[in-house]
Design a protein around this ligand. Structure first.
Ligand SMILES: [Zn+2]
Ligand SMILES: [Zn+2]
Length: 267
């Protein structure tokens, strides 16, 4: 199998992806209710019982709301997070979650995965981006790495490092600044938060980040965490193409069902 990746859903209303290797089956974020996650997993041919762990980026509901339902169903299931994120997710819950804590920026192993995390500028306790890597030990199992980078107000040198050598890059392209400015439902304070230094990447910011790499290793890009109200997949696609990005890419439609799985060995 090598590495298989599938985004089960991604937008400002909920984020979750399934990552599988020969030995391991994990979720990256759990931003849907336990019931919805069960349905999404079933549609992907998996069940909550197949999971070996769940990696949480930060405590916002669109990333962590499913921790409650999943841990009720699987009290043995490990949830990986740094201390501050685990505390923030645990606080409102009655039942103790089985947390496995890591230190941000410190690499660690889980089964056949190597994981790195990096602090990102976002209005949460200690939000992180992740990379997950596997393989490289023999010809039949080449090294593959996935980077998951959403929920950041701006990019940093650490984020650049994380993205640079990934085979598959998931990057936030949250909003179109014009649609956000003209949105009649969000008060000014919310608009300022979203577009601020600790908010979310706009389409332009995501495109110029991608454009700033001269020889990226990426074989596939996902533009994700789109705002349902303040973005449109066509606008994201336009800004990515405008940035001269020739790499295969998928704009994750916030209203569409799960993406098709991607086999990283076939890239
Ligand atoms: Zn967030
Ligand atoms: Zn989010």
């Amino acid at each position: 199998m090598g590495m298989r990746f599938q985004i089960l859903g991604s937008s400002s209303s909920g984020n979750c992806a399934l990552l599988e290797t020969d030995d391991t089956c994990i979720l990256i974020d759990a931003g849907f209710s336990g019931r919805k996650l069960k349905t999404l997993l079933r549609a992907a041919g998996r069940s909550v019982d197949d999971l070996h762990g769940v990696f949480i980026t930060h405590e916002h509901g669109d990333h962590a709301t499913g921790v409650k339902g999943l841990s009720q169903q699987r009290p043995d299931l490990p949830f990986f997070a740094n201390y501050d994120t685990a505390q923030a997710v645990q606080r409102p819950l009655k039942r103790d979650v089985r947390w496995v804590l890591f230190e941000t920026h410190k690499q660690f192993k889980f089964r056949d995965l190597e994981i790195t995390s990096c602090l990102i500028p976002h209005d949460a306790y200690e939000p992180v981006a992740y990379t997950f890597a596997t393989g490289g030990h023999d010809l039949f199992n080449p090294y593959r790495k996935l980077a998951w980078i959403t929920d950041l107000g701006h990019t940093t040198d650490h984020v650049r490092e994380l993205a640079a050598d990934a085979d598959v890059l998931v990057l936030e392209s949250n909003h179109d600044p014009d649609l956000l400015a003209n949105d009649p439902f969000r008060p000014y304070s919310v608009k300022a938060r979203i577009s601020g230094q600790h908010g979310h990447l706009s389409n332009e910011a995501a495109a110029s980040f991608l454009q700033s790499f001269h020889r990226p290793r990426w074989r596939h890009l996902y533009l994700a965490h789109l705002s349902k109200d303040c973005n449109e997949p066509d606008r994201v696609d336009h800004s990515i193409r405008g940035a001269g990005c020739r790499c295969a890419h998928t704009v994750v439609d916030p209203t569409a069902p799960a993406q098709e799985p991607l086999d990283l060995l076939a890239l």
